[in-house]
Structure formats: C-alpha cells, structure tokens
Design a protein around this ligand. Sequence first.
Ligand code: ADP
Length: 184
Amino acid sequence: MRIVFIGPPGAGKGTQSTRLTRQLGIDYLSTGDMLRAACRDDTPLGRKAAEFLQSGRLVPDHLVHEIVRQRLAEPSAAKGFLLDGFPRTVPQAEEFDRWLAANGQKLDAAVSLSVSRDELLSRLALRGRQDDDRHVLEQRLVHFEELTRPLLDYYKCRNLMRVIDGHGTMDEVYARILDAVGVK
Ligand code: ADP
C-alpha cells in the first residue's frame, strides 16, 4: 500500500502514521525526520536545509525532492510506504505523481487529519520541540493553510482523499483511519 498523510503540525500525523505502518508492514517516511537527520549529520543537503527548518519555512522543493527520491529508491520502499509530510504543496504532489508514473506505481490513499486550530495550539504547547516556539508555529500553521490545504482538492479530484476527524482519543482516531483506508 502507498499512502500519503496530510495534516497541520500537531494533528497527530506522526503517532497515527507510525502505528499504521507497523500494522501494514510498510516503510514510514517522514520528510521532517529525514531533513532533521540530514542537519544533525551535517550533510551538504542538511547544511542547505538548516536555516529553513529553524525558521519554520518550507525547505526548497529541489532539496526535498532529492531526499525523498533517494529514500524511495531504497529496496525496502518497494513493499509500500507511508509518506508523512510530503507532498506538502501542489508542485510537490505533481513531482510525486511523475515519480509514481515513472516507476509504474499508484497511490492508494491520501489521508488528512482535520483538527481545530485551538486544539492544535494546545497540543503543540505540550510537545516542546525546538521549532515549536510560538512564532515559528504560527508560521507553520499559515504555511499549512496557504500551501498545503490546496492539496486536499488535488487528491479529492483524483478520488484519493480521505478526510479524518482528528479529535478524540488516539485509538478513536486510529480506528477511523483504518476504516478509511479499508484495513480491517
Ligand atoms: P510538522 O508535521 O509538525 O509540521 P515535520 O516534521 O513534518 O513537522 O516538518 C518539520 C519541518 O521540516 C517543516 O517546518 C519544514 O521546514 C520541513 N519540511 C518537512 N517536510 C517538508 C516538505 N515536504 N517540503 C518542505 N519542507 C518540509
């Protein structure tokens, strides 16, 4: 199965999507994790991405595409994968579609977790990651609304969009996700 997960920071994408990948036995690919690891390891790509990560801006597409392409080419991704945090914009989704077509693959579902702004801010206040300070967070929420929300229509037009209510307990939300992707 090939799934993309879409949702604003704090929506619970990381938790829900790692659980789903374990159950399905597919690779979990988070572009946020990959980019943070590249920074930590001080790779050439990581050095270019660092300033964007710290300020909460989106990392330029060519860098993100490079890191995703490399990871998708690894043999373990052939059995399926869940992408968390990519695509994040319509141009990224178009690039991803070109990659899928070139590799004779199809996406099975785009899952979006929908959570109110108040709930997001209170969840993020508890999380305390370095790029979670108030100003940077506001910035990431604005980017989500402007750049990522249009993806919902992109995948709706392709009949792939599954919008999930992200409120409630982790188990409740997870059950909705399983239902939406047709896993019993
Ligand atoms: P969250 O889901 O909480 O926003 P992520 O771990 O997905 O956090 O992303 C953290 C940061 O990594 C983003 O603020 C952005 O700078 C960068 N990033 C991750 N994925 C992408 C992407 N697809 N395109 C551009 N930047 C990205």
